[in-house]
Design a protein around this ligand. Sequence first.
Ligand code: SF4
Length: 418
Amino acid sequence: MTRLPSATAATAHQRRWFAELQAQVAAGAPLALVNADAPQEIFRAMGIPYVVNQWWASIVAAKRRTQDHLARLRERGYPDYTEQYSSTALGSAFDTDPGTAPWGGLPQPSIVLAETTGDASRKIFDVWGEQPGVEFYPLESAAAATVPERWWELMPHRWEEAVGTDRLDLMTGELEGLIRFLEQRTGRRFSEQRFAEVMALVNEQEERNRRTRDLIAAARPCPVAVTDSIPAVMVPQWHRGTGWGRDAARNLHDEVAERIAAGSAVCPGERARLMWVGRGLWFDLDFYQRFQDRYGAVFVWSMYLAIAADGYVRHGDDPLRALAARFAAFSDQLYTPPWSAEWYVKEARSHGVDGVVHLVSDDARGSWATTRALRAAGIPVLELHADNVDARRSDPAYLDGTVGGWLEAEVLPARADA
Ligand code: SF4
């Protein structure tokens, strides 16, 4: 099957954007390095260019350069075996020859932003903050004593109730501090009107993603490869708050709808529908295709489209508090039980999957609860213990043997009996 035009367009856009960003930074523009689950909308509204930490790690992994980056950390006495997805870009900061780096190299940021989730993550960003010319703005990671049921129904409008007033007060105050910090450091001004426009564009984009997710959930057979839907969702996600990002989400929706109307199948011999729980396996993107080719087992789900659909939309007449509501509980949605575990079960059911491959990295939080909840719902789960950017313990023979054996022993016989 040919690639989705929106996946090809997203990749091309990203290359052009990155080349322009390198030129802007070379000409003296400030650059921010921000975590994937951080409030990038403020940078968008202020016109401050930013690179997403984990996006860069995925590029380095796809170019098979993660080991060089980890070696640079090791040489300086830092661990190379924990949170590699978050620490790869720090390895780029220690690159003595950025000219040979992927995509011409990551320009040195002047500002880094992250939520301080976990001990290692905080320390990685503390090291960033020690680099010459770099300042780290940390955001608290707060937890709630009570957990909403079916958070995905509350979040678009009733986020105050879902996230909790205390957490929202804390994050809103931190965002006001971030705006002051950015105005002082960059000389750029924050406009409330511009920010409200950015927030409205993000809601439009994510509403479109929600419709696309619902189409794919209901479609039999699967009309789109997960290796296409991931870039077609994630690249626009890094450009959310722009007209381009919103239109890219619309194009993806329309292409998926057309394929469904035409009865197109990623794998016309589809024998099993699989869910991929966890981060993308960036060093081996052929992985997903191999099980389709060998077994007719199609990955129909990844968290990237699903969290875009359920995790981002926040309506309301106070845009800064709505932004706080987007991020105050972001990692809960994906990683903290019962928020996360219930959501994965809901998604597995709505997509009618026959099994779940659950990538469990050493630093993953709450993985055990996700596996337990899916199994309790009667869905076969294979836990694949591997890191999503560091291939040292995950050669293709290990991955293929583990997943292939599970498909043959558990998933395909159950589907044949159904
Ligand atoms: S089973 Fe293999 S050959 Fe048949 S449609 Fe799927 S990928 Fe193609």
